[in-house]
Write a protein that binds this ligand. Structure first.
Ligand SMILES: [Zn+2]
Length: 86
């Protein structure tokens, strides 16, 4: 397989690239340009995800509020602190 760096892949608008170096799990495979994820790792991840029953992965970390709301609260918190310091 031809060795292409991520930079080259990005420049050529390619979906995958290949460094010839093993990933963290020891796979020598193509990687996705966007996520840098190894092709073999991604395949395994997909398999694991599909093998799990629906209920289990529907909401593994149920949040009491939406992310957007959390963000707004964080902004308000920062404002409050700055207000207290002023
Ligand atoms: Zn891998």
């Amino acid at each position: 397989m031809k060795i292409i760096t991520r930079q080259q892949a990005l420049a050529a608008d390619l979906r995958t690239y290949f460094t010839g170096e093993p990933c963290l799990n020891g796979h020598i495979a193509q990687r996705y340009t966007g996520s840098k994820c190894c092709y073999e790792c991604d395949k395994i991840k997909t398999k694991v995800r599909r093998a799990k029953p629906r209920v289990e992965y529907a909401d593994p970390y149920p949040l009491p509020m939406g992310e957007r709301q959390l963000c707004r609260l964080a902004v308000e918190f920062v404002r409050l602190i700055h207000g207290a310091m002023a």
